[in-house]
Each structure stands twice: as C-alpha cells, then as structure tokens.
Design a protein around this ligand. Structure first.
Ligand code: CP3
Length: 367
C-alpha cells in the first residue's frame, strides 16, 4: 500500500512540505500527472481536487483565523504553505496555486472583497462600454507580483515531487462576475450584454483574453507544469452560444500559450462537445452532471479527461461509499490514456477529512 505523506504537521511549513524523504513512495507524482495530461500511459490515474486548498482543511482554518483570505493570497509564504497543505496531507499528484480567479479583474481595475456571509462583491459592477474601455488589460502580471513570488517558492519546495498547476478564470466566467458586480444566484448580465450589444461584449472578452493569456504565460515562465482555465459559468450558456461567448476566447488563449504547457479546460455544465474539443485543450474537465461514459464517448480520444466524482459525497456520505464511487469511476476509465481523477466541481467546505482520505487512498492503491 502506498504510504501517504506524514500526517503529523511538520514544524516548518513550506520547508518541510513533503515530509521527510523516504516517508512516502516518491513514485514520480509529477511525472504521472504530466504523462496523463499528454495522454501517455501511467501506472494509475493521477489525482488532485479542484479547491483542494481551503476551508475543508483544519490547517487552513487555523491560518484563516489569523488572516483574511485576501491577506493569505497576497503573502507568498502563506500562499505557498496553503498550496502545499493538501498535497502534504493527502499525497495528491498535483498542487494548485492558492489564489483566486478574481485577481485578474482586480489587476484590470475592478477590485473585489469577500463577504462575511459568503460570496464575493466587486467594488462596482461594469455598467457599460465606458467602464469596459477603462479596464487595463496590459501589464496584469506586473500588478500581481505576489503570484510569481508564491509560484517560485512553491516550485522550490515541491522540488518536482508533485505537478504544479497555475490557473485563471475564462473570459466568459470573469465577465459574468464583473458585469454582475459579484456573486449571484443566477448570472444574467453577461447573457444580456452578449445578446443586446455583441460589440461591447466582444470588447470585454477580448480584453480579458489578452489579460488572461499574459497572466498564464507569466505562470508558465515561473515553472508551472500546466494551467487550468476555470469556465465555471460555461453552463449558463445555451450550447448554441457557447462557442461565441466562451469557447472561441479560450481557444484564443490556448493558441497564445503556443504549446508551452498543457492546458486543462474545465467548463462546468457545458455540453457543446464539438466546441469544447475545438478549444485545443490537452485535457477537458467534466462536471458531475453527466456520466463519464458519455463524456468519454463525445470527446476525442487524444484529449485527456478530468473528473467527475460528485463533490456532495464528500460531505454527506460515509468513507466506504466514497471509496466505492471512486472505484467505479476508475474501473470505467480503466485503460483510457489521459484520465485524471478529480471531482465534478470544487471540494465543499464541509467535506469530511476521512472522505478525502478514502478518495485519495482508493486512487493511490488502484492497480
Ligand atoms: O483549487 C484550489 O484549492 C486553489 C484555490 C482557488 C480558490 N478559488 C480559493 C478560494 C481556486 C482555483 C479558486 C477558483 C475560483 N474562485 C472559481 C472557479 C472555481 C469554482 O469553484 O467554480 C470561482 C468562481 C472563484 C470565485 C470565488 N472565490 C467566490 C465566488 C468565492 C466566495 C464564495 C466561497 O466559496 O466562499 C471565493 C472564495 C474562495 N476562493 C475561498 C477559497 C479558499 C474561500 C475564502 C474563505 O476562506 O473565506
């Protein structure tokens, strides 16, 4: 059985990130992830979880008592520590930078804050073309120096033992937050703008595309092994509009990255398969609203597939049920090159540690 990384908390956070050498089977977790993203054969599918860093972890909550989320994200030492926490605890094959998709709008001139009661609020919503014209798309990486600083620290501490993932929001998803002015039960403003004034929507999407591409290029230059584009609002679009509102902009970002690193596109709820495949991503993230068999049938063989355990299981079910469902997906994808185990969406804040443990161990012990 594969030993997980030391469960006791190492004294010095980032420095001891991966536990003492020899405590775990260092079976090339980074290489496993990189190979899978390139659809090459692996001993077993790699595993990491969207939103693996954060509120479900007691070691995150301990730091969060002393600092706001924004402070944690902006302090490279703390962001590095939070990135490493889940990898240290569960031995995941990939670490994802501790940050947020909303740092890009902020660096373009639209700051945000998190609300006590949950959710996020932008200082002011974008109200129309004049607001959009004012957004500064050039130089975003220079205004987010803490991201590069955190990535360099993480890289140094991981020493190649797990893959490091950078990320950004998709233009459509960022536009949804920016036009709405924060979280919303239903995002309607971006749809409205897209329908009513296509030129203005395209101006915003083009600016976001330029900003996101430059931001991801910077992350790649800092040494991330791959980047994920979160198109969490993709499924708000009818399939017929997906390409024009979201897909083509992600396709442009992938083209601008010029093959420098694999790109994972996670478009929650999107069923426009041809448009998804056309983006040119190495891997497509699949949400839990669809059977993985079907996603597999609809996506090209040479594209990786990432997903799609129902995150609700992590809070509500017993560890045996989590293990059984995890095994079901692993069996289903047996022999399919390019499969990466993940959830259908992010880890919920009330996920139980024993369930995360059961998930990780089930994948790590899969033969
Ligand atoms: O995956 C990871 O572990 C890396 C870190 C990460 C965060 N946010 C940290 C976070 C990532 C990749 C994100 C992405 C993100 N942020 C998305 C796309 C993914 C998704 O879940 O669909 C979106 C839509 C956001 C925007 C966002 N961030 C909102 C709307 C909120 C508030 C609602 C909420 O969940 O609390 C956040 C907050 C946030 N981002 C937290 C964390 C750890 C919670 C902050 C806290 O401790 O209060």
């Amino acid at each position: 059985m594969q030993e997980l990384v030391a469960k006791t908390q190492p004294e010095s956070a980032a420095a001891a990130a991966m536990g003492a050498p020899g405590r775990e089977r260092l079976a090339g977790r980074r290489e496993r992830m990189v190979r899978a993203m390139n659809c090459r054969p692996v001993d077993r599918p790699p595993v990491w979880l969207m939103r693996q860093a954060g509120r479900c972890l007691p070691e995150y909550r301990a730091l969060r008592e002393k600092h706001s989320f924004i402070e944690l994200m902006r302090a490279p030492e703390l962001a590095a520590e939070l990135t490493l926490q889940p990898v240290r605890r569960f031995g995941f094959d990939a670490a994802i930078l501790f940050s947020d998709i909303l740092v890009v709008p902020e660096a373009m001139g639209q700051p945000f804050r998190f609300l006590e009661q949950g959710g996020v609020q932008m200082a002011t919503p974008l109200r129309g073309a004049p607001d959009i014209r004012k957004l500064q798309e050039a130089g975003v990486p220079d205004r987010l120096p803490y991201v590069a600083a955190a990535l360099k620290l993480i890289k140094r501490n991981l020493r190649g033992r797990a893959a490091l993932l950078g990320f950004a929001g998709s233009p459509w998803t960022l536009a949804s937050f920016m036009l709405e002015g924060g979280s919303a039960k239903k995002f309607v403003k971006a749809r409205e703008l897209f329908e009513r004034d296509r030129n203005t929507y395209d101006l915003l999407a083009a600016k976001l595309t330029a900003a996101v591409a430059e931001f991801l290029q910077m992350q790649i230059a800092c040494g991330v092994d791959a980047v994920q584009i979160f198109d969490s609002a993709g499924g708000d679009l009818p399939a017929s509009d997906f390409e024009a509102a979201s897909g083509r902009w992600m396709e442009e970002i992938v083209a601008k990255l010029n093959g420098l690193a694999p790109v994972i596109v996670y478009s929650k709820g999107t069923r426009a398969w041809d448009a998804l495949a056309k983006i040119g991503a190495s891997v497509i993230g699949v949400d839990h609203g669809i059977a993985l068999e079907e996603a597999q049938r609809r996506l090209p063989q040479d594209t990786g597939i990432q997903g799609n355990l129902d995150p609700a299981l992590l809070a509500g079910a017993e560890p045996e049920a989590v293990a059984a469902q995890t095994r079901r997906l692993l069996e289903l994808m047996r022999g399919r090159n390019g499969y990466i185990f993940n959830l259908g969406h992010g880890v919920p804040p009330n996920a139980r540690m024993e369930n995360l443990q059961a998930l990780a161990e089930t994948v790590q012990n899969f033969v």
